[in-house]
Design a protein around this ligand. Structure first.
Ligand code: F0G
Length: 473
């Protein structure tokens, strides 16, 4: 029986400046500061009920010493050299950075996650009023979302601890990812999803990877409540983002990004906000990289939510993030249809540490931005497109200047939610909704499929028509 989830063991040597990046780790409560070796199965602090974060006591020593500076350069070389290795841990874009992760004593469960591309988005830059714009596409992970980077770490620790069952509540991507990593690691997985509120693509993934999938009548927040009770009763390893080992894996996306940028920080990084685990993870990485001398300044990390699922935006605007009032969430960007985000305190700290902002975007703005990212030949799922829609607003507000460097984090692949894309291009995404009359602005982006006779003249006529209508395109 498992009565707790042990923190990965510390390495034995005492920390010195030379070993300042050894991954000796502990769990620390973000509220009362209690330090623990192991968490209970709900990953909540038994003293105050708040969340834990992984911290590395060894890193506190000599952070600005010349030895620490040398160590930063050594790490950069080490990580680069690993790119030519064929070892499974080195082929992973997460475990390649293992010096900044808790120490795993067994082989990781890996699907070669991470290693995601950084794209220039020329058209999107113009649409947002920027001179240039880049996107790191986390949808290019093995199960097509950013969740894989955190799942490889947390699932590996679950297996190391000997758990037979892992579980999560999800809007679809966490469950797809968890199901895959559990299957690879020989564990059983339980998925709780809100009935009728996740895309078919994501649902089909968890079925295909063999998860026990329960569609609960209710919303994501209801699924979370049920699961939190269940893990107190049964030996199940919780794989939601309250699990701090997930966030440790997810933070490597920021490390990989900085490596891709030759360790020159961009001015801004923009992420979608749902349960707020990802913004917390990326922000944690930025702060740690600065502390370890890997980067010299912090990019501003901004969080964008859908207007219909904006509890964090309201919290920041109303009282600087001192408290969060849960809401009934609704948005077509189902991945971020979350009214009671678990990691809001962590995200609030990140915003404060990096000087980032929050913004909310409408359903029409999300749909337009998604089509624009598609038209740049990249594509993403609706929740990811809030980043571009939010950037446009941050530019208008003057928070982002047109010459600054900006990286959008695209969190999910375009094929995650083809129904949204098809409805958009056919022009019926907003039919029967209050947004119907505003949807006319989407016309120029729509490319509905044309049904023609199987004749050359018919197809050629279409080309003539397009050449006449949009000669310069
Ligand atoms: N983008 C996508 C595609 C997501 O799937 C999620 C969250 C987010 C953004 C928001 O990230 O929660 O860390 O703030 N999806 C979770 C899930 C909730 O269950 O798949 P967050």
């Amino acid at each position: 029986m498992h009565d707790g989830v042990k923190a990965p063991q510390a390495r034995m040597s005492p920390p010195t400046p030379e070993t300042a990046t050894e991954s000796t780790s502990r769990l620390r409560c973000i509220n009362c500061g209690a330090i623990r070796e192991r968490a209970d199965q709900d990953f909540r602090c038994p003293t105050c009920g708040d969340l834990f974060e992984v911290f590395y006591p060894g890193w506190q020593t000599g952070r600005s010493s010349p030895a620490a500076g040398r160590r930063a350069e050594d790490l950069k070389h080490l990580w680069r050299d690993r790119k030519t290795s064929q070892a499974p841990a080195d082929l992973s874009g997460v475990w390649r950075f293992r010096e900044l992760l808790p120490t795993l004593k067994s082989e990781p469960i890996t699907l070669r996650e991470g290693n995601t591309p950084l794209y220039d988005l020329a058209r999107c830059a113009r649409a947002a009023g920027m001179l240039s714009l880049q996107a790191k596409h986390q949808g290019m992970n093995p199960t097509s979302s950013f969740k894989d980077t955190g799942m490889t770490t947390a699932a590996s620790f679950a297996r190391q601890e000997g758990f037979r069952w892992v579980a999560c509540a999800s809007t679809g991507n966490t469950s797809a990812s968890m199901a895959a990593y559990a299957a690879r690691g020989g564990m059983r997985s339980l998925v709780l999803i809100p009935e009728g509120k996740i895309s078919w693509g994501k649902l089909s993934q968890s079925l295909d990877y063999g998860a026990v999938t329960c569609q609960l009548r209710g919303d994501f927040d209801g699924c979370v409540r049920v699961l939190n009770e269940l893990v107190k009763r049964r030996p199940i390893y919780l794989l939601n983002s309250v699990n701090p080992y997930r966030l440790e894996g997810q933070k490597t996306a920021a490390i990989e990004l900085l490596e891709q940028l030759n360790w020159q920080p961009p001015d801004h990084i923009i992420v979608p906000g749902g349960n707020l685990g990802n913004s917390s993870a990326l922000g944690k990485a930025l702060v740690e990289m600065k502390e370890l001398g890997l980067i010299s300044r912090l990019p501003k990390l901004s969080v964008i939510q859908a207007e219909g699922a904006n509890p964090f935006v309201s919290s920041i605007r109303e009282d600087g993030g001192a408290k969060l009032t849960p809401m009934q969430a609704d948005t077509l960007a189902t991945a971020i249809r979350i009214g009671n985000p678990a990691s809001w305190k962590k995200a609030q700290k990140v915003l404060k540490a990096t000087g980032g902002e929050v913004e909310e975007v409408s359903e029409i703005e999300i749909a337009l931005a998604k089509a624009e990212i598609g038209a740049d030949g990249v594509g993403c799922e609706p929740a990811s497109a809030v980043t571009l829609a939010g950037l446009k607003k941050l530019v208008k507000r003057g928070f982002v200047k047109s010459k600054e460097s900006v990286v959008l984090i695209l969190t999910g692949h375009v094929l995650k939610d083809p129904e949204f894309t098809l409805k958009f291009h056919r022009g019926d995404l907003f039919t029967g909704t209050p947004d119907e009359k505003h949807a006319v602005v989407l016309g120029p982006q729509q490319r509905a499929p044309l049904v023609l006779d199987a004749a050359v003249d018919a197809v050629s006529g279409v080309l003539d028509k397009f050449d006449r209508e949009v000669p310069g395109e």
